[in-house]
Design a protein around this ligand. Structure first.
Ligand code: SF4
Length: 387
């Protein structure tokens, strides 16, 4: 299989939060300063150990995700960035994003981020309604988000994503509409909005409340209405939907996300992070104590993907994007025609109005989900499984 192997992305997992939100099953927890410092030392070690893994590739994006990366003090963030720049070939105009939560950052932090070369922020707001934020167990209210947003823009950040959630306990369709409207009316308008429907994950306080029948979730119809409202409100404000749950003003699609969905290789650093390099998937251990104490970063799993696995992934990830997949790219990567592998599946969903071929601006033939198909994407994806 041929890949575009001269570009790569880096993901850095920062598994710390001020406290755990009621719905969260991400790999994150509160920790004291000494643990954070030891973790960063281990991260620096891992970066050194993996210095050869991106040989011949230039890094187009760096993403600090979590957890809440903004709970790390500035010195620690600087140490990580210095090490990444020292070890890897980072492009001058690389997109460098940090996830921040209101209540964990000051104006000084934003100025520091800016000077350190970070050029994109992803702010975890989730809701613009204080009651909803409280129910979610978030550490901030809407006023602290507004302060955070103002500080960020004052420091010169204009490429900002705001994360929202829908289908929250006690949330009506109107409540969600208000949240959307507050966000699109921010000045300046954020360039990117991600909106996901709440999923009740096992092992979370929400899961337990739900099991006991104590979580007043919106009905399926309301959930669907909120999903449709996202599209309607954001499109009317000039946002383009470029992925199932992601909207951006023109030219502000996240490079990191788009790279992941289009099969750009990536190196994941830190606990639980996964990497995908030359058809091999690596998944780091999730245990922070082991990660900090081992003198060699250990992989918990190393999976060599079969050709079929890679084809499936190419389809699942590529079709998440509203521009879909390039027919020619499939052929170049896998040395076989798309219709030879998926002809019957595509025909079936074309007949049902869920998939369509089209030609892009460069007259290249592509396959994408239709509007109807985007609404039932998981159902369509399940038919692309080969074995
Ligand atoms: S801030 Fe994000 S990662 Fe941290 S507990 Fe809340 S949802 Fe989870």
């Amino acid at each position: 299989m041929k890949t575009n192997n001269n570009k790569a992305e880096i993901y850095i997992h920062i598994p710390f939060c001020v406290r755990k939100c009621a719905y969260c099953d991400f790999l994150s927890a509160p920790a004291d300063e000494s643990v954070k410092e030891s973790y960063v030392d281990a991260l620096l070690r891992e970066i050194d150990e993996k210095k050869d893994s991106l040989q011949g590739r230039s890094v187009t994006s760096i993403y600090f995700g979590g957890g809440t990366p903004s709970v790390l003090n500035r010195t620690l963030i600087q140490k990580i960035l210095n090490k990444v720049n020292e070890v890897f070939c980072v492009e001058k105009d690389a997109e460098i994003t940090i996830e921040v939560n209101p209540g964990t950052v000051s104006e000084k932090d934003f100025v520091f981020y800016k000077n350190a070369g970070i050029n994109r922020l992803s702010i975890g707001l989730q809701s613009a309604n204080d009651e909803e934020l409280k129910r979610l167990g978030r550490i901030h209210d809407y006023a602290s988000f507004l302060k955070c947003y103002e500080d960020a823009t004052k420091a010169g950040f204009y490429n900002i994503n705001v994360d929202l959630m829908s289908s929250l306990p006690g949330q009506s369709v109107e409540d969600y509409r208000e949240n959307l409207e507050k966000i699109i009316n921010l000045k300046p308008r954020p360039k990117h909005i991600s909106s996901y429907s709440l999923i009740i994950e096992e092992g979370t306080p929400f899961f337990e409340l739900h099991r006991q029948g104590k979580l007043a979730l919106p009905t399926e119809e309301e959930d669907r209405e909120m999903y449709e409202l996202t599209d309607k409100v954001l499109k009317s404000a000039g946002f383009e939907r470029y992925e199932i749950s992601n909207y951006a003003l023109k030219g502000y699609e996240s490079r990191h996300n788009s790279g992941y969905w289009t099969g750009v290789e990536y190196l994941g650093l830190g606990i639980g992070a996964s990497s995908y390099i030359e058809g091999v998937r690596y998944s780091n251990i999730r245990d922070i104590k082991k990660y900090i104490s081992s003198d060699k970063a250990e992989y918990s799993e190393k999976i060599t993907l079969s050709g079929e696995d890679m084809m499936e992934e190419f389809m699942f990830l590529g079709l998440r994007m509203t521009k879909g997949i390039s027919v020619r790219e499939f052929e170049e990567r896998f040395g076989v025609g798309l219709s030879e592998i998926y002809g019957d599946t595509i025909k079936k969903h074309e007949d049902d109005g869920l998939l369509e071929y089209y030609f892009d601006d460069q007259t290249k033939k592509r396959l994408r989900l239709t509007k109807k198909g985007l609404d039932v994407s998981n159902f369509v994806f399940s038919d692309f499984i080969l074995n």
